[in-house]
Design a protein around this ligand. Structure first.
Ligand code: HEC
Length: 146
């Protein structure tokens, strides 16, 4: 009887060790869509709209300021307008302000203030924010990518 007990103990302990050794490798950084959504509503929805359809409150076709008369892009139709493929790079460039969209302000002074720009000294946090925001925009595409 004693032997059996020890055997069970050994097996239990052994399996425990194996399970411990097999702790899955931590997955790579995953985008946090909820965080991206928050960033979107804080910094982009004034122009692109709460539903991201391009009808934010800053847009005013009657405005005397020319930038405010430019209709903001419908951000839910980016894939549709890009042959069904989500143009992640274009979105990232828009956030980084590389694409020089006049309505987005200048790279030094983007329309959404320095939330992204000020993080240039902290590339990890900046990259995370841009990844989260891009993932959120991808998640609201009306035509899902195949
Ligand atoms: C001050 C208003 C304003 C704000 C704030 C704003 N946008 Fe825009 N955005 C525009 C306008 C207007 C256009 C269309 C520009 C054009 O057609 O020339 C545009 C275009 C875009 C495009 C299309 C780029 C392309 O290549 O077609 C993307 C992507 C975009 N914005 C993302 C964002 C994101 C993400 C944010 C928040 C970080 C944001 N925008 C904040 C006004 C704004």
């Amino acid at each position: 009887m004693r032997c059996v007990k020890w055997a069970i103990l050994a097996v239990t302990f052994g399996t425990g060790l194996v399970a411990f050794g097999q702790t899955p490798a931590r997955p790579g950084p995953k985008a946090n869509i909820a965080a991206g959504k928050e960033l979107y509503h804080e910094h982009c929805s004034v122009c692109h709209g709460v539903e991201a359809k391009g009808n934010g409150s800053m847009y005013d076709p009657e405005s005397s300021e020319p930038e405010r008369r430019v209709p903001p892009t419908d951000l839910t139709a980016l894939s549709e307008r890009n042959a069904g493929k989500f143009p992640a790079d274009r979105v990232r460039n828009a956030i980084y302000n590389k694409g020089r969209i006049p309505a987005h302000g200048t790279p030094e002074m983007p329309a959404w203030g320095d939330v992204f720009y000020s993080l240039k000294s902290n590339p990890k946090v900046l990259e995370k924010r841009v990844r989260d925001l891009t993932a959120y925009i991808e998640s609201i595409q009306t035509t899902k990518k195949e």
